[in-house]
Design a protein. Structure first.
Length: 482
């Protein structure tokens, strides 16, 4: 059974080979165009040079014939000795490649040599002598009207004309050799430039492709999970910008991966703590160390409630991070919602020994396009944050104002405060100021993170500052309808 071979093999060209071929073809095209243009320009210039030289020799011949006319008092002597016409033509020098200036000429009555006869016949076919009336004296011309005439002057008047039929310019042998030599030089120069372009195109292609290869290797490293990968970005061109964008992407992915790991670790830690407490209490009840009475059941219920709040906060935060938290927007009064939430939590503030007040209320009604349930969740999280962490005997003051179409609410409580270095991190998940606002107060560090997501979903802004009252100052800005 014979082997089967594919009819065609797909050739995969890398970007390096494509770039090399592009540079090579572009250089070859430029060289070909330059070669053609230079050859055409040289030929045109050389033809004009030969024509101008030919015209000068025609004028020289006309001058020689004018002297002959004066010396012989007319064209009669030339007509009586027709063999003198070819000799006069050869004296013009350079009208034919086979004639040299130093070639001996036959005498007035002798025959011409082999080259002289051939030269005379060739020149007689192109040149003609005409008298003052433009009648042909010498030259076999079928159509005298096609002749290009050069006047022969003597004693200040035209006594005749030298006529030449249009056609290729006559040149000397040295001129032909010069043209061929220039053509060979042009070909050699074109080949040399082509070789130089080949020698330069490959290193240039490698230089341009190398940054792309480094970025491709970095992308494969990122796909493999090595988020610390960076690529050098020394150039200031588009490839350098691409390398810097790649490094920014790698840095962002590295931060996201670190946050994910920290998120998993924090969740595990937060869930493990209440579960450990709950398991310890259950084991104490099983071992009989602690009696199963109403107080024990209440303690277990409190542990389960804390665990339930933690799971609910995690669920709400995860939904807000993913953007799946539902928002039913309508025209609402945020200040009225805040007053209702303050009234609902007034009993808890009184039990904790804290005073809460709303100062500088906005006159009239303010309207925002928002979700009333999410706004109420925002207000209650902020109120419970102060309720949980403010020392007994303190107070919470809420200031309300309006500026540039935005509603501004300031929540300022009393001690303990938060160090300024910790303020930018308060809205990060699971972040706590362990010195004062710690887990002992029952928080998991998720409330302010949820608040930030709710405010951002409403196009607002939230920030933390040191409170003039000695505690924490939370400012919320929300957009209002006109």
């Amino acid at each position: 059974m014979g082997h089967r071979f594919p009819l065609a093999t797909t050739v995969r060209l890398s970007i390096r080979h494509k770039l090399f071929l592009t540079l090579l073809l572009a250089t070859a095209l430029v060289v070909a165009v330059m070669y053609g243009f230079m050859r055409w320009s040289f030929q045109q210039g050389y033809v004009r040079l030969v024509e101008s030289r030919q015209q000068a020799r025609l004028e020289q011949l006309a001058g020689r014939l004018g002297e002959l006319y004066v010396a012989e008092r007319g064209w009669g002597g030339l007509l009586d000795a027709p063999y003198r016409w070819p000799r006069l033509l050869m004296e013009g020098r350079g009208f034919a490649p086979d004639v040299r200036a130093d070639r001996p000429h036959p005498g007035p009555g002798g025959p011409m040599g082999m080259h002289g006869g051939r030269m005379g016949r060739m020149l007689e076919g192109r040149l003609a002598l005409l008298d003052a009336d433009k009648s042909v004296l010498f030259g076999r011309v079928d159509d005298p009207g096609r002749l290009v005439l050069t006047p022969i002057t003597a004693e200040g008047r035209a006594v005749g004309y030298v006529g030449m039929l249009p056609g290729p310019a006559l040149s000397e042998l040295v001129d032909v050799r010069f043209v061929e030599q220039q053509r060979r030089s042009f070909v050699l120069i074109a080949l040399l430039v082509g070789l130089v372009s080949v020698a330069l195109a490959w290193p240039l292609a490698n230089t341009l492709v190398r940054p792309i290869e480094r970025i491709a290797e970095g992308a494969r490293a990122l796909a493999a999970g090595r988020y610390g990968t960076r690529v050098p970005a020394g150039s200031r061109d588009e490839l350098g910008e691409l390398a810097r964008d790649f490094n920014a992407l790698a840095q962002a992915l590295e931060r996201i991966e670190q946050a994910r790991r920290q998120w998993v670790a924090d969740i595990s830690h937060e869930l493990r703590t209440p579960l450990s407490v709950l398991r310890g209490e259950l084991e104490a009840l099983q071992d009989g160390v602690r009696p199963l009475d109403q107080a024990a059941v209440a303690s277990l219920a409190a542990d389960v409630e804390r665990l339930n709040r933690l799971v609910e906060d995690l669920y709400q935060l995860a939904r807000s991070d993913l953007g799946t938290l539902s928002y039913r927007r309508e025209r609402v009064d945020p200040v009225a919602l805040l007053r209702d939430d303050v009234a609902a939590l007034a009993g808890e503030f009184a039990a904790a020994g804290l005073a809460v007040s709303i100062r500088e209320p906005v006159p009239g009604q303010v309207v925002a396009h928002a979700d009333p349930d999410r706004l109420s969740q925002l207000w209650r999280n902020l109120l419970r944050n102060s309720l949980r962490y403010t020392d007994a005997g303190g107070r919470l003051e809420i200031g309300i104002g309006r500026q540039d179409g935005r509603l501004i609410l300031d929540f300022q409580d009393t001690a303990p405060g938060v160090p300024e270095s910790d303020l930018p991190h308060l809205f990060e998940r699971f972040y706590r100021v362990e010195a004062s606002r710690s887990r002992a107060h029952g928080g998991a560090g998720l409330g302010l993170a949820i608040c930030r997501n709710i405010v951002a979903a409403h196009g607002g802004r939230i920030e933390a500052r040191p409170s003039p009252l000695g505690g924490l100052w939370i400012r919320v800005e929300l957009r209002l309808e006109p």
